[in-house]
Design a protein. Structure first.
Length: 179
């Protein structure tokens, strides 16, 4: 039974996201509680970061203290990631001032491919480049897309591995904004 469940989970992950191109050995016990995309009560405090956005601005998580923050780890070559972007852009506009989205592009080619792609898509939220180093501080990025939702106090309240719907993110944002 465990083998069948593991096979089904593996197939589901294969179709819901793109595998990381340079995996590292990790402790993934915490990951098992959230692979289904369910909200986990508390995954810990999100560490601050300071990254340059693709347009040269300095972005810090602490700049958004008091807001809900959605961190979306993605890559230009990932089809599920590309499908999520329009919904993320809509949410960024709908919740402006109360919630922000920060995209973490994981393309090895960096700004050479990310900036033209973001400009062509008219991405309206900050996009920073990451080499998995910040994702590692959050427990690891095992495939893209991976999305973290952080509450107003800086606590990671949800992590979704694989594609996430606009409605799912909106519901989670609404719950945090009304608490």
């Amino acid at each position: 039974m465990k083998k069948i469940l593991a096979f089904i989970l593996g197939v589901a992950l294969l179709y819901s996201g793109c595998n990381r191109t340079n995996p590292k050995d990790r402790d993934i016990q915490k990951e098992e509680t959230i692979l289904s995309g369910q909200t986990v009560a508390n995954l810990g405090e999100a560490p601050d970061f300071q990254k340059k956005s693709i347009d040269g601005r300095t972005i810090r998580l602490s700049d958004y203290q008091g807001q809900v923050v959605v961190l979306n780890f993605w890559a230009t070559w990932c089809a599920p990631c590309r499908r999520e972007i329009p919904a993320l852009m809509e949410l960024h506009e709908e919740y402006k001032g109360r919630m922000t989205i920060i995209g973490f592009a994981l393309d090895e080619e960096g700004n050479e491919v990310v900036r033209p792609y973001a400009e062509a898509m008219n991405i309206n939220y900050p996009v920073v480049l990451d080499d998995y180093s910040y994702g590692d501080k959050l427990g690891g990025i095992f495939m893209v897309p991976t999305t973290f939702i952080i509450d107003q106090a800086g606590i990671i309240t949800a992590r979704r591995i694989g594609e996430i719907s606009k409605d799912d993110i909106a519901n989670r944002i609404e719950r945090l904004l009304t608490n």
